[in-house]
Design a protein around this ligand. Structure first.
Ligand code: PLP
Length: 362
């Protein structure tokens, strides 16, 4: 029987032959004159010291060792996975790739549950794909029944857990219900950019049972590597076949792959875990201090590296912080987030400075 991915994929993508870059074609020899590269590496400064000194050559067409290292990292927490992983230029590229691979422009719609991460709608818009919005309920959980109604018309459902900007995780039972209901119609994408900060287990646990589940991850958050632009898409091989047709010829730059591999080593993972634990402690302390302030109406629970706060007069607060040189994120444009500001968690010193600034607000 045809996989769901094979049923959904537009004809144009199905017919695509992946771009045959020189690295993908490969070969054997001692003179590599096939990719219009310079034969010798040029040195432009100290930044190349200690690196592998091969920047004259194109990188791997897909850095398998980086993707494999990420898969192994995931398997440490959820056990053996039957899926594949691919490294991409940040989770943002994964979102874009999924929409371009599985949606017919001008015809299909994706489902999102606002308030949520803005790139799902942006990527859909940029590819002339409609966005069906099923708002989160008052407790920021999914409106499962409303989503179910839209599944037959939608090749992709984007869920963000823990969710940005609300900070909460989606109930696993709701994800399972939607996975059951979408088997014949919709790929369910769970964006887990903030999963390391969460106490809830990853949706990856469901991957072996549901081949139409796709999980997106990133090194930009808990790993603290936003500048290298490295994310991962994890999915069944039936989904990955089509992603691999569309992916850019050299999606990951060598310096990125090198840094990512170090981050995913045992030492790297230990460091990430230690930093994550510290951040969670600072987050909980910051929340407890916020609740003591007169200007604060509500502090939402957070399973991420930020907190969402409802202020009494958020604009005044937001602008007051700006005047003090503290830049936060105004969320009041979201109908459900009136008077809300999102504050990322930094060091204890930074959060203390923020609290002190808030205390001087009259
Ligand atoms: C939910 C969510 N997904 C994806 C991303 C983008 O991650 P990346 O830096 O890997 O592109 C973000 C960034 O803020 C995010 O909040």
């Amino acid at each position: 029987m045809q996989s769901l991915a094979a049923q959904l994929v537009p004809k144009a993508v199905e017919k695509l032959v992946p771009y045959q870059s020189a690295r993908r074609i490969g070969g054997q020899g001692h003179l590599w004159l096939n990719a219009n590269e310079l034969e010798q590496s040029a040195h432009y400064g100290d930044f190349q010291q200690g690196s592998n000194d091969h920047y004259n050559r194109y990188p791997d067409f897909l850095p398998h060792d980086t993707a494999q290292a990420y898969l192994e990292y995931c398997q440490q927490s959820v056990g053996k996975l039957d899926c594949e992983a691919v490294a991409v230029r940040g989770a943002d590229e994964a979102i874009d790739l999924l929409i371009r691979t599985f949606c017919h422009p001008g015809k299909d719609q994706i489902i999102i549950c606002p308030p949520t991460y803005g790139m799902y709608e942006f990527c859909a818009d940029s590819f002339s794909v409609n966005t069906c919005k099923i708002p989160l309920l008052a407790d920021f959980q999914l409106d499962v029944e409303q989503i179910k109604e839209q599944l037959p018309n939608s090749p992709l459902l984007f869920l963000c857990s823990p969710n940005n900007p609300t900070g909460n995780s989606i109930h696993e039972a709701d994800i399972v219900t939607l996975l059951e209901a979408s088997k014949d119609s919709t790929l369910v994408v769970v964006d887990e950019a903030y999963i390391e900060f969460s106490s809830q287990q990853s949706a990856l646990c469901l991957m072996n049972k549901y081949p139409h589940l796709v999980v997106i991850r990133t090194l930009s958050k808990a790993f603290g590597l936003a500048a290298i632009r490295c994310g991962f898409l994890l999915a069944d091989s039936s989904v990955m076949t089509y992603i691999n047709r569309l992916i850019a010829p050299y999606p990951i730059a060598d310096p990125t792959a090198e840094i990512a591999l170090k981050a995913l080593s045992n030492t790297g993972l230990e460091l990430m875990q230690k930093q994550t634990n510290q951040l969670i402690q600072v987050r909980e302390w910051f929340k407890s201090q916020l609740m003591l302030l007169d200007s604060v109406q509500h502090v939402f629970g957070s399973e991420t590296n930020f907190v969402l706060i409802r202020f009494k007069g958020h604009l005044e607060t937001y602008q007051h912080l700006i005047k003090k040189g503290i830049v936060t994120r105004d969320q009041a444009h979201e109908p459900a987030l009136q008077d809300c500001v999102r504050i990322s968690i930094g060091s204890k010193e930074s959060m203390l400075e923020t609290l002190n600034a808030l205390k001087t607000l009259n």
